[in-house]
Design a protein around this ligand. Structure first.
Ligand SMILES: NC(=O)c1ccc[n+]([C@@H]2O[C@H](COP(=O)([O-])OP(=O)(O)OC[C@H]3O[C@@H](n4cnc5c(N)ncnc54)[C@H](OP(=O)(O)O)[C@@H]3O)[C@@H](O)[C@H]2O)c1
Length: 343
């Protein structure tokens, strides 16, 4: 058992991502939560916002100085706030894992898709924190940009296909539960609308599209655009991305399965389901796991790869803690051994 040797802060502790961070960190062997920060909830005890956490610690304002004494801060905040907090924290010598999109993209792509100035133009100050792809870059990082929920599932499905498919041929369908949009009230998230309803949204210009493209192009060396269509589904949490792509000549089903199994043979979190089966979000709920299924259609010579995660787990808070573990030289599954909550 490790000592709780690092004090951490959580900004956005009164949001869905923050709540899940605090739940995961509750039993973490090395990180002790010392500061919880909110916005409109500053001043309230955490237990008033999230009774399930059974913690009366008062929320403080999300200001850089609030985190003095922390070795690490998780930012579970909107990208505008992360963009201002992260540089100040890093300047103060505090390492940061940012769950927002503020540091995931190169500056011109960010400005094009998010319509605001990049917080650190002209440089790439953050490491893209998808450990299954870029684990070597994370341990030395001062600032880790935690991937988006859809890009996490899409890229975990794509990684084994990097040398097997035509890079430009990707079609990705994403399905997310309503917590993916955060706790704010919106007409399309109202239970009257969202229950008993499924609909596409945001296509073809959802902001996670360039994030998937950027990582895929880095993996393949291509300069391809992807088609990404997200859907909102009536469940509180859970996310699935299903990728289809053209196989390169001579690639067969056995090669695809072997590539998937090889890619994740040492992964503590990603499992490949047996041939003929497909992953379900319900088996990942509350865990940092991801499940991947693959199949080849010999008629069309296309491959289907489907990856299920918990959007708040591997798609947000779980992955953020996985990144923090790597940054602090801990086993990447420290505090993350929980299996899914089922049924
Ligand atoms: N939800 C997901 O599945 C998911 C997955 C991956 C990444 N993310 C990203 O994670 C971040 C948080 O998402 P979320 O779903 O947790 O959002 P959320 O439920 O809406 O929570 C947002 C949090 O940010 C705080 N906040 C908002 N504006 C603030 C301000 N001006 N000053 C201080 N605090 C402020 C809120 O505090 P108060 O409530 O106290 O005002 C709340 O704690 C976002 O960048 C999101 O894109 C979310």
């Amino acid at each position: 058992m490790l000592n709780k040797q690092t004090t951490v802060g959580v900004a956005g502790a009164s949001g869905y991502g923050g709540a899940e961070l605090l739940r995961v960190l509750h039993d973490h062997p090395a990180f002790e939560v010392g500061v919880v920060a909110g916005g409109t909830t500053a001043g309230l005890p955490l237990s008033e916002v999230f009774p399930h956490l059974r913690d009366d610690t008062p929320l403080v304002a999300s200001l850089p100085g609030s985190f003095d004494g922390c070795g690490l801060v998780f930012l579970a905040t909107p990208h505008e706030l992360s963009a201002s907090l992260a540089p100040a924290l890093v300047d103060a010598g505090i390492r940061v894992v940012d769950l927002s999109a503020a540091f995931r993209l190169d500056s011109s792509t960010f400005e094009q898709w998010y319509e605001m100035p990049h917080p650190a133009p002209g440089s790439t100050p953050a490491v893209y924190g998808l450990p299954e792809l870029f684990a070597d870059d994370i341990p030395a990082a001062q600032l880790v940009a935690n991937p988006g929920c859809y890009p996490t599932a899409a890229l975990l499905a794509l990684l084994p296909l990097r040398d097997l498919v035509v890079p430009e041929s990707l079609h990705i369908a994403g399905l997310s539960g309503t917590s993916g949009a955060g706790k704010g009230l919106r007409d399309d998230l109202h239970v009257t609308h969202a229950s008993n309803n499924v609909a596409a949204y945001g296509a073809p210009s959802h902001r996670h599209t360039p994030e998937i493209e950027q990582a895929w192009n880095r993996l393949t060396g291509a300069r391809s655009a992807v088609t990404f269509t997200p859907h909102l589904v009536p469940m509180p949490r859970g996310l699935l991305c299903t990728v289809t792509a053209d196989l390169l000549a001579d690639v067969d089903a056995d090669q695809v399965r072997q590539a998937a199994e090889k890619a994740y043979q040492d992964s503590p979190f990603v499992t490949v389901v047996a041939a003929g089966r497909w992953p379900s979000t319900t088996h990942l709920r509350g865990s940092n796991g991801a499940a991947l299924g693959v199949a080849v259609d010999p008629r069309t010579r296309r491959v289907t790869a489907s990856c299920a995660i918990d959007n708040l787990g591997k798609g947000a808070a779980g992955q953020a803690v996985q990144n923090a573990n790597l940054m602090f030289g801990l086993p990447q599954d420290a505090g993350l051994s929980a299996v899914g909550v089922y049924p």
